[in-house]
Design a protein around this ligand. Structure first.
Ligand SMILES: C[S@@+](CC[C@H](N)C(=O)[O-])C[C@H]1O[C@@H](n2cnc3c(N)ncnc32)[C@H](O)[C@@H]1O
Length: 244
């Protein structure tokens, strides 16, 4: 299987050689950072239509964390275009964080469309180092389709744990690897080196549930879902919450 994967990866590499050469020369990344927000904006409505019921159900739990103030401090980690805003209840005070500043234009549009929320600030930083966000300052962290792209899921989850208050909750929705040894997993391995460039650093074969289980959360609830789009090599998804 390993030899077959290597051969097919080589074939993919040859078919997409200009892309890999540009990446090698450092020309691809800046281009990708500029076009990726447009791609995410184009996909957001489609994804939200498919996931509407599930996202609504997951984020309805935020209300329970509001206490008597009726407010909740929420960090949208890897916020992208702000695709989740429409699912949040009124009373959320949102801090957005993303290392790609090109998302700001799209973020502002989502903010204008969701005036029931209060926006605090947009922090341009990676999730691995969120020093602009104080310890224990967040009631909720939301992370959707992000842990596939970060450099270190482990460090990001340590940072999430740090910024959450005791009892605070991380809500997640992430795509993950198919089972090892399956044909679908083999194709994920074949596509991954090319997909990583197209998808702004997105890995297809991460077993993110293991990172979540190994992080220091006191309680985790997680459900596995089939991929929302069959035509993409992204695999099954995991959705759930982790409590500090
Ligand atoms: C596939 S998009 C998902 C965006 C949004 N969360 C959504 O559900 O539509 C991945 C996002 O993760 C961000 N990202 C990449 N590396 C990151 C990192 N190290 N820390 C935080 N966010 C990161 C990207 O800039 C992008 O906004």
């Amino acid at each position: 299987m390993d030899v077959l994967v290597r051969l097919l990866q080589l074939l993919m590499l040859l078919l997409t050689l200009p892309l890999h050469l540009m990446a090698l020369l450092g020309l691809w990344q800046p281009l990708c950072k500029s076009y990726f927000p447009y791609l995410m904006a184009a996909l957001a409505d489609k994804t939200n239509r498919k996931m509407e019921n599930k996202k609504r159900e997951l984020f309805s739990e935020i209300k329970g964390l509001m206490g008597t103030s009726g407010k909740v401090a929420l960090l949208e980690l890897g916020c992208g275009t702000g695709a989740n805003f429409q699912f949040y209840p009124a009373g959320c005070r949102i801090t957005c964080l993303d290392p790609n500043p090109h998302f700001e234009k799209f973020l502002k549009r989502s903010m204008a469309e969701n005036r029931h929320l209060q926006y605090e600030r947009f922090v341009v930083a990676p999730g691995e180092d969120m020093k602009q966000v104080a310890d224990g300052s967040m009631d909720v962290v939301v992370c959707t389709l992000v842990l596939c792209s970060v450099q270190s899921p482990k460090r990001v989850l340590q940072e999430v744990h740090r910024v959450l208050r005791p009892g605070g909750v991380l809500f997640f929705w992430e795509h993950v690897a198919y089972p090892r040894g399956s044909q679908a997993f083999m194709w994920q391995q074949v596509f991954e080196p090319t997909w990583k460039h197209i998808g702004d650093g997105c890995y297809l074969t991460r077993e993110t549930w293991k990172d979540l289980e190994n992080a220091q959360f006191s309680e985790i609830q997680m459900e596995r879902q089939p991929p929302p789009f069959k035509w993409l090599p992204v695999g099954p998804h995991i959705m759930g919450k982790a409590v500090k």
